[in-house]
Design a protein around this ligand. Structure first.
Ligand code: GDD
Ligand code: MG
Length: 334
């Protein structure tokens, strides 16, 4: 089965990390978000992935130069301009010649959804589309569904105003679709699957959902991106076990303290530095006595000696002066 993975968004909420690096290429411990995602699809029988690209396509083409990702074939469809979610699915599916039941996944979601069960359920109901649903405490930041007892979706509302949600079951960003869904999407135009296409299929009574409260995380905001990393270090993602946070290719001084943190290859952590729940990306330099608390340091950045950063996101190739004290901020700010 083939899958379209949507990776064309701007990753606005993760700036400044995503100013130059597309969100799905950010690493979560030992591999990029998209590699984690495609690896999971492959375990459930997906044999080929089409990346629906817009923003920064070259970075993806370089990252998977041999045309494979997580061991399966990967092709690309580069939109001439962002077509939004449905427009991107139509464009990518047309480019790949998809004419059979297929999977769509949002490229920023890490999950252990039982895709095999989702496909089986889809086939058993004869649905045109079947969504992975998940229950969350606060659904207003997501697509929210109302369902009847058979799993048929009776309402789909994207990002409803708080207090108006039909339930606390959300669209978890992974779908099984029939090719007939493609015919519902006008080609070459911006169309949102959440705001236009899903409500239209609901009106025809042909959209279904299956609740699977598996490990699931949308990595779209800094807090969640950090959480995705810490979950692997803590062994909270059941299918992956505990992953060591410090890369064998990092240079961490023996006197530094690294507590529930990730240090990627090529990064340097100097003497008496102290890292707590922080992510230090490739080639970043943490100088002596720096304190990093709940912070993310982008690739190639330098944090000068003695600086103290609490809840800070530092972008790519940024220089933070020695002795700086920063709290609850981003550098640069946009
Ligand atoms: N190719 C392409 N072109 N991809 C796009 C475009 C586009 O124009 N716009 C967005 N995407 C991709 C993003 O890169 C991301 O992988 C996915 O589509 C979803 O976009 P987000 O911007 O991350 O949406 P969201 O997180 O606010 O909401 C979506 O995900 C939620 C679950 O995490 C929606 O699908 C919600 O309904 C859902 O609950
Ligand atoms: Mg998202």
């Amino acid at each position: 089965m083939r899958a379209v993975v949507l990776v064309g968004g701007f990753g606005t909420r993760l700036r400044p990390l995503t100013t130059t690096i597309p969100k799905p290429l950010l690493p979560v411990v030992d591999r990029s978000i998209v590699e984690h995602l495609v690896g999971h699809l492959a375990q459930h029988g997906v044999t080929e992935v089409v990346l629906a690209l817009g923003f920064a396509p070259d970075a993806f083409i370089e990252a998977f130069a041999d045309g494979t990702c997580a061991g399966i074939a990967m092709t690309y469809a580069v939109e001439p301009e962002p077509l939004d979610t449905a427009g991107a699915i139509r464009f990518a599916a047309d480019a790949a010649g998809i004419d059979d039941t297929f999977i769509v996944a949002n490229g920023d979601v890490l999950s252990d959804v039982d895709l095999t069960a989702l496909v089986a359920y889809h086939r058993s109901t004869g649905a045109e589309g079947t969504l992975h649903l998940r229950s969350v405490a606060d659904p207003s930041a997501f697509g929210v569904v109302g369902c009847d007892d058979d799993g048929r979706i009776t309402q789909f509302v994207e990002k409803p105003a708080p207090g108006t949600e039909p339930s606390n079951w959300i669209n978890a960003g992974c779908y099984v679709l029939e090719p007939s869904v493609l015919a519902r999407i006008e080609p070459g135009r911006k169309v949102s699957i959440e705001r236009v296409t899903f409500p239209a299929i609901v009106a025809d009574g042909r959209l279904y959902g299956l609740l699977d409260d598996c490990y699931w995380l949308d990595t779209g905001r800094p807090e969640q991106y950090r959480e995705a990393n810490l979950d692997l270090v803590d062994g909270k993602r059941p299918t992956l076990g505990v992953r060591p946070g410090v890369s064998a290719l990092a240079d961490v001084d023996a006197t530094a303290i690294v507590d529930r943190s990730v240090v990627r290859g090529g990064a340097i952590v100097g003497p008496h530095a102290c890292l707590t729940e922080s992510i230090v990306l490739d080639g970043a330099r943490i100088e002596p006595r720096v304190i990093l608390d709940r912070s993310i340091i982008g690739p190639g950045s330098r944090i000068g000696a003695g600086a103290i950063l609490r809840n800070v996101v530092v972008g790519v190739d940024v220089d933070i002066e020695s002795g700086s004290e920063l709290t609850d901020t981003k550098v640069p700010e946009s």
